[in-house]
Design a protein around this ligand. Structure first.
Ligand code: BMA
Length: 340
C-alpha cells in the first residue's frame, strides 16, 4: 500500500474491493447523483436521484466525482457541479455504503487554462521548479476539500485517480507534453504532499492510462509499486464495437496479469459508448468481456446531456438493454455490495 497509516475504513474498502471480485464487478457512474438528462441536483435537499436508478431501480455501487477547478479556489467544478453539493453527495453515497472515486481534471498551472492545454508544465513543477509554489497552493486546496469528506467523525475512503490517460495525447501531464520520468516525479511529489504533508490517510491511489495502442507499454508512466494502490485503464467505444471488444479483452487481460503479479487491485476506471446508439451494447459487447475479467469495478462516464451520455435514460431506445445488464449475475449495484 502507498500509505502505511491508512485509516481503518479505507483498509476495509481495499479488502472489500478484492472480495467483491469473487461475486462480480461493481457498477459505477461519474456524477451519477449530481445531474442527468434534463435535471440537476439543486444542492439544498438530499436526494438520490440518478438516471441509472430511474431506469433500473438500482443506485450504482461506485460514485465518481471530479474536483477539477478546486485548485483555482472556485465554487464549482469544471462541469458546473458545486463543491458543497459534491461534498453532500459524497457523504450521502458513503453513508449508503457506496464507493467513492475522484478524478482531477486539473488546469494547466503554467497559464491556468484547462487540462487540455498542452503547454509544458510538469518539468516546472517538479524538483522545486518555478511552478512549485503554485502547485503547493493547489494541492493545499485539494487537501482542504478532501479533509472535509467526513462521516461520523471519520474520513471517508476515496479512490483518488489523478493524472489519468497520460498516454493519450490530450492532457498537459501526459505524452508528449511530459516525459515519463517527469510524470513519475510529479506523481510521487503529489502523493508525498497529500500523504505526508497534509496527512490524508484515506486515499487509495489509482494509476489509469488510456487504452493501449500497439506500441504502448502499460507501465511506461507507472510511478512504482510504492506509489500506486490500484491499476486502472480507461477504454471507450468510439462506435467501433469490434475494436472496442479487442481492446477490452487484450488490455484488461494484460492489466489483470500485471495487477496479479503485484498483488494489486484493477478496474475499468472509465468506459462507455457515447449516446449508446447501438443495440444490445451492454449485454453483448460489454458484459461478456467483463464477466470473468477480475476487475473490481467499471465506471461509466457522465450523463451530461442528450448529445453526451453513457447510461440510457427513461425512454431511451436502448433502455431495456441496460435493465437486462443490471440484472445479470455479475453486475453489482449498491444493494449488492452492501450485502457482501
Ligand atoms: C470529458 C467530457 C467533458 C468533461 C470532462 C470532465 O470526457 O465529458 O465534457 O468536461 O470529461 O468531466
Amino acid at each position: 500500500m502507498v500509505d502505511n497509516k491508512l485509516n481503518r475504513t479505507t483498509k476495509k474498502l481495499h479488502k472489500k474491493l478484492f472480495f467483491l471480485t469473487k461475486k462480480g464487478f461493481a457498477i459505477g457512474q461519474q456524477d451519477a447523483t449530481s445531474y442527468g438528462i434534463n435535471w440537476k441536483h439543486n444542492g439544498s435537499e438530499i436526494t438520490d436521484r440518478s438516471d441509472m436508478k430511474e431506469l433500473s431501480d438500482k443506485l450504482p455501487a461506485v460514485f465518481g466525482f471530479d474536483i477539477g477547478h478546486i485548485e483555482l479556489g472556485e465554487s464549482k467544478n469544471l462541469d458546473s457541479v458545486n463543491f458543497n453539493t459534491m461534498r453532500s453527495l459524497i457523504i450521502e453515497a458513503h453513508k449508503k455504503g457506496g464507493i467513492i472515486t475522484i478524478s482531477w481534471h486539473v488546469n494547466n498551472p503554467s497559464n491556468e487554462s484547462s487540462s487540455w492545454d498542452t503547454s509544458p508544465a510538469v518539468k516546472d513543477i517538479i524538483s522545486n521548479g518555478i511552478l512549485k509554489n503554485k502547485y503547493d497552493l493547489w494541492i493545499g486546496r485539494v487537501a482542504d476539500f478532501l479533509k472535509t469528506l467526513m462521516y461520523r467523525g471519520k474520513k471517508i475512503p476515496v479512490i483518488f485517480r489523478p493524472f489519468h490517460e497520460m498516454n493519450g495525447h490530450w492532457f498537459w501531464w501526459g505524452d508528449p507534453n511530459s516525459t515519463p520520468e517527469d510524470y513519475k516525479q510529479l506523481w510521487v511529489e503529489t502523493v508525498e504532499l497529500l500523504r505526508d504533508e497534509h496527512k490524508l490517510h484515506n486515499l487509495l491511489y489509482t494509476y489509469s492510462p488510456n487504452l493501449l495502442d500497439d506500441n504502448d507499454d502499460y507501465l511506461k508512466y507507472y510511478p512504482g509499486d510504492d506509489y500506486v494502490d490500484i491499476l486502472g485503464i480507461d477504454i471507450y467505444d468510439f462506435n467501433n464495437s469490434e475494436d472496442y471488444k479487442k481492446s477490452l479483452y487484450n488490455d484488461i487481460s494484460l492489466l489483470g496479469q500485471i495487477a496479479r503479479s503485484k498483488n494489486k487491485l484493477y478496474a475499468l476506471t472509465e468506459t462507455g459508448l457515447d449516446k449508446i446508439d447501438s443495440e444490445n451494447w451492454f449485454t453483448e459487447v460489454l458484459y461478456p468481456n467483463l464477466a470473468n475479467s477480475g476487475i473490481s469495478w467499471v465506471l461509466f462516464w457522465r450523463n451530461a446531456r442528450k448529445s453526451h451520455h453513457y447510461i440510457p435514460y427513461k425512454g431511451h431506445k436502448n433502455a431495456s438493454d441496460f435493465k437486462k445488464f443490471a440484472n445479470f449475475p455479475k453486475t453489482l449495484f449498491l444493494k449488492d455490495i452492501k450485502e457482501l
